[in-house]
Design a binder for this molecule. Structure first.
Ligand SMILES: Cc1ncc(COP(=O)(O)O)c(C=O)c1O
Length: 419
């Protein structure tokens, strides 16, 4: 008999990894290996983009770099992150407003792990799958904000701060990926200014996840542009080298917040993390060199803007509903009537391809995917063009269209399951 595990029985993998594991079990190879079509994956190209800057190929490591890192991050990287925001967005953040983590997820996880009990999270119904796991595992209270065709997957800012039915003790803390994963909807300009003004009100805060900051026609979208008094706020901005700087593998991310909140996160690092790898932080300093980032912003928007536009057109031509906003590197798609994203995925697996099923992004679903729960997104899917080279466009569209049309024909002939 197997001994009872001392660890939680309630720790399934994040939805995107679940797709990866199901794909490996079906296709026999890991998604991302040559010959596979990683439409389910959220990584960017890690090779230079056309017209973009080169990516550093090495970093110098001295005996000093072999010492323990500072709990809050390498001073040079904290400075570089400040310059990144202050230079482009006209903000005035100081290194004491920056805490470095080993990627975007650990920063977000840590903020939620230390939220006080009377802080309630508000999150869009369709958001990045990892949030659901993080909210669950940190025992955070959350309510879902409707995301549907009626509101165009882009509810007004006020929907995140609706106090109906709350008592005065409850403080509100929206979590918003902006640009959004999976929808690509983006709050920018006056709408972002209003969002930040609401978040700076005394009983409110926000965790604005800006992992896709550079993937927008403006070449850069950040709430920091509109923050009036960061140190008197509960505004948290999450950033990373993962997407626009094209380096998910170096595992560098950060949280921008008030000095007091950063001190709490740094204290956590002192007993729970021990800082972040110096070689990775030094590499990130090189990535953030301002002239380099300026070129990267241009190249990211040129490449990904074009891919967003042409994949969108191709999906429309195939009869899908395209509900994507103007940012990010995903398409948020509604399958033709009756088709089910899970069944489509099983069929794609046989061809070495996969998408992310819409229900994985459903922030109202049970964490363990209880089969009795019916998600509103069973016929929705996310298509990622993040890792795709321009040259694969025709083959990608042809393969996707072939599998979709075969499934559609099977449904029409009564040979396949419908939603
Ligand atoms: C919305 C969102 N936030 C943050 C991240 C960054 O994650 P990490 O840097 O941990 O890979 C991602 C990556 O997929 C993301 O999609």
């Amino acid at each position: 008999m197997q001994r009872d595990s001392f660890l939680s029985d309630d720790c399934p993998p994040m939805g995107i990894y679940e797709t990866l594991y199901a794909f490996k079990a079906s296709f026999g190879q890991f998604m991302g290996t040559p010959g596979t079509h990683p439409w389910s994956q959220g990584f960017p190209l890690t090779t230079p983009l056309e017209g973009g800057p080169p990516l550093p190929s090495q970093v110098r490591v001295t005996p000093e770099d072999r010492l323990y890192p500072k709990a809050w991050g390498h001073p040079a990287l904290r400075e570089a992150i400040c310059a990144h925001y202050n230079g482009f967005y006209g903000s005035r953040i100081a290194p004491e407003n920056v805490m470095v983590f080993a990627g975007g997820r650990p920063g977000i996880y840590t903020v939620l792990a230390f939220l006080k009990k009377h802080v309630e999270v508000r999150i869009g119904n369709a958001e990045w799958p990892a949030y659901l796991d993080i909210l669950t595992q940190t025992n955070t209270q959350w309510r879902v904000v409707p995301f549907n065709e009626q509101n165009g997957f882009h509810p007004p800012n006020a929907a995140y701060f609706d106090r109906a039915g709350l008592n005065h003790k409850t403080h509100l803390f929206p979590i918003i990926s902006n640009p959004g994963n999976p929808t690509g909807h983006t709050r920018a300009g006056a709408e972002l200014e209003e969002l930040i003004a609401l978040a700076e009100q005394p009983d409110n805060g926000i965790l604005l996840d800006e992992a896709y900051e550079m993937f927008h026609p403006s070449r850069g979208v950040s709430g920091i542009r509109y923050v009036r008094d960061l140190d008197e706020s509960n505004v948290f901005l999450a950033g990373a080298c993962t997407k626009g700087l094209q380096c998910p593998g170096i595992r560098i991310g950060w949280i921008i917040a008030s000095k007091r909140n950063i001190e709490t996160l740094a204290n956590f690092s002192s007993f729970g993390m021990g800082g972040v790898s110096h070689p990775s932080q030094l590499y990130a300093v090189e990535l953030l060199e301002p002239a380099r980032v300026a070129r990267a912003r241009e190249a990211v928007e040129r490449h990904y803007g074009r891919q967003r536009e042409r994949y969108g057109r191709a999906f429309r031509d195939l009869g899908l509903g395209v509900f994507t906003g103007d940012g990010g590197f995903y398409h948020w798609l509604k399958l033709p009537k009756g088709l089910n994203a899970g069944e489509l995925n099983r069929r794609l697996f046989r061809h070495g391809a996969a998408i992310l099923e819409g229900r994985d992004c459903d922030m109202a679903r049970p964490h363990d995917k209880d089969p009795r729960y019916v998600s509103p997104y069973l016929d929705w899917m996310r298509f990622s063009f993040g890792p795709l080279l321009p040259e694969s466009f025709d083959a990608d569209v042809a393969l996707f269209g072939k599998v979709l049309n075969e499934y559609r024909a099977d449904v029409e002939a009564g040979r396949a399951a419908v939603v």
